[in-house]
Design a protein around this ligand. Structure first.
Ligand code: SAM
Ligand code: SF4
Length: 338
């Protein structure tokens, strides 16, 4: 028989090895960031979501197939009920050495409750999204969030010994002038920072062509104040990092719009309903929930994963359409799990 061994790694048609999975555990969130969600978002019925046990099975199948880095995302992952059960269970793959990193992207509101338990489950680094340090602007961008709660969450993570990277979406005329101050604030606390360009994902009320600012121009502006040295630092994600001479910290740039990073893409995403997206910027997807639920074993699931990886596209073709003003991809970032 010429059956592939079950543990075969995932190599796509362009020879890229898939070793990084981002999985969304919920589409819900306690914020409604204006670039991410509409105010009146309709969330999925709970029955459509994978259960925590199914999420564990799915992640574990990917770990068997060569995933070394697993990022839990959302929506806001830490608002999912009993989410620590999943972290606790997945931590066995860290202990066995099969998984190198278990991490999370969060808005920080629940870190006060969960930071020490996350650390206990082997979470060493987390991404916290923070777009401004001004409480009024914070309320505006999240539609109702309290900055103090997030800052307290960040402090709890610091106390738990978790390394923090701040993710900041660069938004024209909103936070571009504030970024030098935020960079100093982050680096004084020993946190890396990454700037992200807005991506055209999902219908929102705002006009994205008004929000978009190219990181190339922002970087040029920041260079008046800071000296950047390109460094080969990599976290397995798409950011390109520089060392900032004045602060001694690292700054990353994620530039899907102005610089295509697809050639080194090593990751796939799964939604909270078990849909596998081989590319953040393309619509092609594979349903993993049906094979997951069809049997207790993982053979069908792993076959479906193999089949999907076999059509991972070369890259995305995002464009913020100035004529139609339509998103390039209809689903929201909170669905695919940023
Ligand atoms: N709720 C968590 C958080 O905010 O960190 C995790 C999910 S959120 C969708 C993940 C990341 O995606 C956040 O850093 C957020 O700022 C970013 N994001 C959301 N919508 C985006 C968009 N349209 N363009 C670029 N980044 C976006
Ligand atoms: Fe929620 Fe994160 Fe989206 Fe903001 S960016 S609405 S915190 S999922």
């Amino acid at each position: 028989m010429s059956e592939k061994p079950e543990s075969a790694e995932m190599i796509d048609p362009f020879g890229r090895q898939v070793s990084y999975l981002r999985i969304s555990v919920t589409d819900r969130c306690d914020f409604r960031c204006v670039y991410c969600m509409a105010e009146d978002m309709v969330f999925l019925p709970k029955k459509d979501l994978l259960t925590l046990e199914e999420l564990d099975r799915l992640c574990s199948a990917f770990v068997d197939k060569g995933v070394r880095k697993l990022r839990i995302s959302g929506g806001e992952p830490l608002v999912r009920r009993d989410i620590m059960v999943l972290f606790r269970s997945l931590s066995r793959h860290l202990k066995s050495g099969k998984l190198e990193e278990l991490t999370v992207t969060t808005n920080g509101t629940q870190l006060g409750r969960f930071a020490s338990e996350l650390a206990d489950c082997g979470v060493r680094r987390i991404n916290v999204s923070l777009d401004t340090l001004d409480p009024a602007k914070f309320r505006h961008i999240t539609r109702w969030g309290e900055l103090d709660k997030v800052l307290a969450g960040i402090e709890a993570a610091e106390r738990a010994g978790i390394k923090i990277k701040l993710n900041t979406v660069a938004l024209k005329d909103f936070n571009d002038a504030e970024i030098p101050g935020m960079l100093r604030w982050a680096h004084e606390r020993g946190h890396d920072m990454t700037l992200i360009e807005t991506m055209p994902l999902g219908e929102i009320e705002a006009d994205r062509t008004d929000q978009y600012i190219s990181l190339a121009s922002l970087r040029a502006k920041l260079s008046d104040e800071f000296t950047f040295e390109d460094i080969p630092y990599k976290t397995g994600g798409p950011a390109r990092y520089v060392q900032v001479r004045e602060t001694g910290g690292r700054l990353g740039f994620i530039t899907p719009m102005s610089h295509n990073f697809c050639e080194s893409c090593n990751r796939v995403r799964v939604t909270c309903t078990g849909t596998l997206y081989m590319c953040l910027g393309q619509d092609d997807a594979a349903d993993l929930r049906a094979p997951l639920r069809a049997s207790e074993g993982d053979e069908l699931l792993k076959l479906a994963i193999d089949e999907a990886i076999g059509r991972k596209p070369k890259g995305h073709d995002f464009v913020i359409d100035r004529v139609r003003k339509a998103p390039a991809v209809a689903r929201h970032m909170s669905t695919t799990g940023g």
